[in-house]
Ligand binder design. Structure first.
Ligand SMILES: Cc1ncc(COP(=O)(O)O)c(C=O)c1O
Length: 401
């Protein structure tokens, strides 16, 4: 039996899964259909093509797997690399840690660059590894664009510039699970070879799709890579694409309709406006944190994330208590601190289909919760700081001008 959820609505401010807009819910509320019918490609081709727009790629091929971000990781790795291949990767939070763990379990030779949790990727270490790699033993650089556990956004254009400065042919594989569709991501411009995301973050869909884009260099690498892959094999998809935008197995047609609806919402708002909205919400949240007298987990402003804010709490407070009280008392869902920062950090997710007033409600909930757990905060201080910024920076809604 479902538990009684309380009056009103839940304020879902974890950094994914995110709020599902009404239009997306309506789009997937439908029966099953024949995924081999001549009519199916009208839907499938449109999402295969249009999903690339949020990656800002024209040259890549997209693959939409019935999976999650974790499956998309596996797809990126096993299609392009062979067991024993040397990979450089940065461990700077829970998701980069888990991706590295997957790489190791898939028998790649991972050259791990450990970075402080809260810092971005150590690009100096990348430079020195590339500088000493005359034989081009490094086959790939794998990096998480937005580390969801610490609220750190890495500079992918800088990674590309470093690879180019050494004329190094290593593939660049990027996890954009909590960035793509929310934070500026330029797959073609940054020559990212494989980029990936999941459906339950910026796209505001239910969990269940892993979305991967592979550029021509990555597709070429897939022809010779020796990793065992079955479910995630791009070649199977390409075979079925030739027959007209079909899947090698049964796709979730409901999720594809949901994806269509989410893409339409993003394009209606305008991708650049979506990115600006995330920046506005991120900035407002950071101003609230400052007004509360708390610090971010993110060590330098250049790494601040516009999709998730990880807030450090004073040593005498357990951040897990904040998350519990917020949920129990205010029906507000915040993200817990993970692994190394468990108990020390709570996270406010502000990605996907979320607007200014929703955020202010969440920030009010955080303030009250902080007071509940004994942190001396002046009620209204964070909300006022955030509202001041939002009042000045929020444009008119495009469709209402
Ligand atoms: C940056 C990042 N990468 C990968 C994942 C894993 O995705 P999933 O849980 O969809 O498998 C997550 C999940 O939160 C994430 O935040």
């Amino acid at each position: 039996m479902e538990y009684y959820p309380g009056p009103g609505r839940n304020h879902l401010f974890v950094p994914g899964p995110t709020n599902i807009p009404e239009k997306v819910q309506q789009a997937f509320n439908r029966g099953n259909e024949d995924h081999r019918s001549p009519a199916f490609p009208k839907l499938s081709k449109s999402v295969i093509d249009d999903v690339k727009r949020i990656f800002k790629t024209r040259t890549s091929t997209s693959f939409i797997f019935p999976s999650t971000g974790t499956g998309a990781w596996e797809s990126a790795l096993t299609n392009t690399l062979s067991p024993g291949d040397r990979i450089i990767s940065f461990r700077l939070g829970q998701f980069s840690l888990l991706w590295i763990d997957q790489m190791q379990r898939l028998n790649f030779n991972v050259d791990v660059v450990d970075c402080e949790w809260g810092a971005g990727a150590d690009l100096g270490a990348l430079k020195s590894k590339l500088a000493s790699d005359n034989s081009h033993s490094i086959k790939a650089v794998c990096i998480v664009h937005n580390e969801t556990s610490t609220g750190v956004t890495n500079d992918i254009s800088a990674v590309r510039a470093i690879l180019d400065s050494y004329c190094h042919p290593a593939l660049l594989l990027v996890d954009g699970v909590s960035s793509i569709g929310a934070i500026d991501f330029r797959m073609d411009e940054w020559k990212v070879d494989v980029a990936l995301t999941g459906s339950q973050k910026a796209l505001g869909l239910p969990t269940g799709l892993g979305i991967v884009c592979a550029n021509p260099k990555a597709l070429e690498a897939a022809k010779t890579s020796k990793s065992v892959r079955v479910f995630f094999d791009w070649a199977d998809y390409q075979k079925f694409y030739k027959m007209g935008s079909y899947w090698p197995y049964t796709p979730s047609s409901q999720l594809l309709y949901a994806l269509r609806a989410a893409l339409d919402l993003i394009f209606e708002e305008g991708l650049e406006n979506v990115i600006k909205r995330h920046n506005r919400l991120g900035q407002a949240t950071r101003l609230a944190v400052e007004a509360w007298g708390l610090k971010l987990c993110t060590i330098k402003p250049e790494w601040n994330s516009d999709t998730v804010t990880a807030v450090l709490v004073p040593p005498h407070i357990n951040s897990g208590d904040i998350v519990k009280v917020a949920w129990k008392k205010y029906n507000l869902s915040l993200g817990v601190g993970l692994n190394k920062v468990a108990g020390k950090v709570f996270r406010i997710g502000h990605l996907g289909f979320v607007n200014e007033l929703q955020l202010l409600g969440a920030l009010a909930g955080v303030e009250m919760t902080l007071k509940d757990v004994g942190y001396p905060v002046r009620l209204g201080s964070g909300v006022a700081a955030a509202a001041t910024h939002l009042q000045k920076s929020t444009p008119l809604i495009a469709s209402r001008i």
